[in-house]
Design a protein around this ligand. Structure first.
Ligand code: PLP
Length: 260
């Protein structure tokens, strides 16, 4: 029987991030992926040139159509674009009892905004408390907490605990934005560090879609029934391999995608 995961996220026309990265990742990890599109971005490896938010009733209808028919075990939530879409998704998944991985997408690597600044508080107040796991990078954790960016492991742990206190069951603090050759991700829940994943920084410009890939790999693992620590370990391995192989792809002239 197929394991099913659902991604609720934005479309990247360049194929490197968003829904497209999510479905490639789920497929590569042996999970059937369903997809609900929240926004269409006109995008390539260099920039986002337009964003069209999908009307709320169409987003709600997509979620209703999928959840009323498919046996979805885990949902990954990515780009939500606006406060209204956050409210719409929160309502539409209210009855869902499986795992929810929330990737609090805010800004693309190209520097383009993927979430309205006035929507950050809505993300914290309505969706964070629904999350089995939230996967912020350092700037996103700081924005969610209205705090300065963490610089040390201790500060990362404190911010992870603060996000748990704000309602997330668990937090994967992603250290890739730190200025260090060693990238450390910390899995925090119940006031403790459950696991540490570290890797030497891989010097490639082709890292477009890394966060999307990690969160959908996590949702795939949870859909297969893995424990959180196991799913996080599998997702970390998957992303590291996909970054290592990214330069062999040679897609576009900007920040290219990972190799799935
Ligand atoms: N485009 C969409 C639709 C996304 O959901 C995301 C990330 O979550 C991005 C772009 C950004 O990807 P990156 O920051 O890896 O370039």
């Amino acid at each position: 029987m197929a394991h099913i995961a659902l991604t609720i996220a934005g479309s990247d026309s360049g194929g490197g991030a968003g829904i497209q990265a999510d479905l490639k990742t789920m497929s590569a990890l042996g999970v059937y992926g369903a997809s609900v599109i929240t926004a269409v971005t006109a995008q390539n490896t260099r920039a986002v040139s337009a964003v069209h938010a999908i009307p709320h009733y169409v987003i709600a209808a997509q979620i209703g159509a999928v959840l009323s028919d498919l046996d979805v075990r885990a949902i990954k939530i990515g780009m939500l674009a606006t406060r209204e879409i956050i409210d719409c998704v929160t309502r539409a998944i209210a009855g869902f009892s499986g795992a929810i991985v929330l990737d609090p997408v805010m800004i693309a690597k190209s520097g383009d905004a993927l979430l309205a600044p006035d929507a950050i508080s809505a993300l914290r107040e309505t969706l964070l408390p629904r999350a089995t796991l939230v996967t912020p990078n350092l700037p996103e954790a700081a924005a969610l907490l209205a705090a300065p960016e963490a610089k040390t492991s201790e500060e990362m742990i404190d911010q992870g605990k603060a996000l748990c206190a704000a309602g997330a069951k668990a937090v994967l603090m992603k250290g890739g934005h730190a200025e260090s050759d060693l990238c450390e991700d910390l899995l925090i829940s119940g006031g403790e560090v459950r696991a540490r994943f570290s890797a030497h920084r891989q010097y490639t410009r082709n890292t477009h879609g890394t966060g999307c890939t990690l969160s959908s790999a996590l949702a795939a693992g949870l859909a297969k029934g893995m424990r959180l620590e196991e799913a996080a370990a599998e997702a970390h391995r998957y992303v590291q391999k996909a970054i290592a192989a990214a330069d062999t792809l040679d897609i576009g002239q900007g920040r290219g995608p990972l190799h799935h």
